[in-house]
Design a protein around this ligand. Structure first.
Ligand code: ZN
Length: 238
């Protein structure tokens, strides 16, 4: 039985010659095609087409015929304007253009931001922990660090590996006004929203406030649990 194909047809057409960089993103084990699956996905491509004024119907007609070729510095997207369906030639809306990787990073971040749900979070054991509840009763741990947030879910580690495979996409992630290098996992954006932050800079401010509050709390607690000042027991004993 052939291994399950994780990568979209748009990334693996046999009648098209992909760029050298694209080929470097394709792995023997498809599940390791992290950049193609997480950044240059069909879903992100559909969102881009929609942003460019394509109707849902036009996207539906064309997306199965798309070729997405990822170069080192940009992406080439092709959808033919004629397709053959049941032996008939049909005209559809086509496209043939280069796209900035910044556009893919932007759409990835905004889709992730929209999917983020702070109401699915609950406090963890420590002030710098949050717990995200999945739909199937599973739990993910969200760890709040001073300059970034990490999550234990699969999407987070997949996105992390995706950006590690693509230095130019990483550059745009660093330059993005909102993410500023933060891996854009939906649980992490949920944590930002939970804390009241929209950008990494605001998150860092919220983190500091949270850290200080936790410290004050700890001091108060240690003060309260201090034993009574000791009498001069030596005198009593003697
Ligand atoms: Zn996550």
């Amino acid at each position: 039985m052939p291994a399950q194909k994780f990568s979209a047809k748009a990334h693996t057409r046999s009648n098209y010659t992909y760029s050298t960089f694209h080929k470097s993103l394709l792995h023997e084990n498809n599940s390791e095609d992290y950049a193609l699956r997480h950044i240059y996905s069909l879903e992100n491509t559909k969102a881009l087409l929609q942003a460019w004024g394509w109707t849902t119907e036009q996207i539906k007609d064309g997306i199965d015929y798309a070729t997405i070729d990822v170069y080192r510095n940009f992406v080439y997207l092709h959808i033919p304007n004629k397709i053959t369906k049941r032996g008939e030639i049909i005209k559809i809306r086509g496209i043939s253009r280069f796209i900035s990787k910044a556009d893919f990073v932007e759409v990835l971040i905004s889709r992730s931001w929209q999917k983020a749900d702070p109401y699915k979070l609950q406090p963890g054991d420590n002030w710098d922990d949050l717990i995200a509840r999945g739909n199937t009763g599973d739990f993910y741990e969200i760890k709040l660090y001073k300059h970034e947030v990490e999550c234990t879910c699969h999407a987070y580690s997949g996105l992390e590996k995706a950006f590690a495979q693509d230095p130019v996409a990483t550059k745009y992630l660093m330059l993005h006004y909102q993410a500023q290098g933060q891996i854009p996992d939906k649980h992490i954006f949920a944590a930002w929203q939970y804390l009241g932050a929209t950008t990494l800079q605001q998150y860092e401010y919220c983190w500091l406030e949270r850290a200080e509050a936790a410290m004050r709390e700890q001091k108060k607690y240690s003060w309260q649990s201090d034993p009574e000042p000791e009498r001069d027991t030596e005198l009593i004993d003697w």
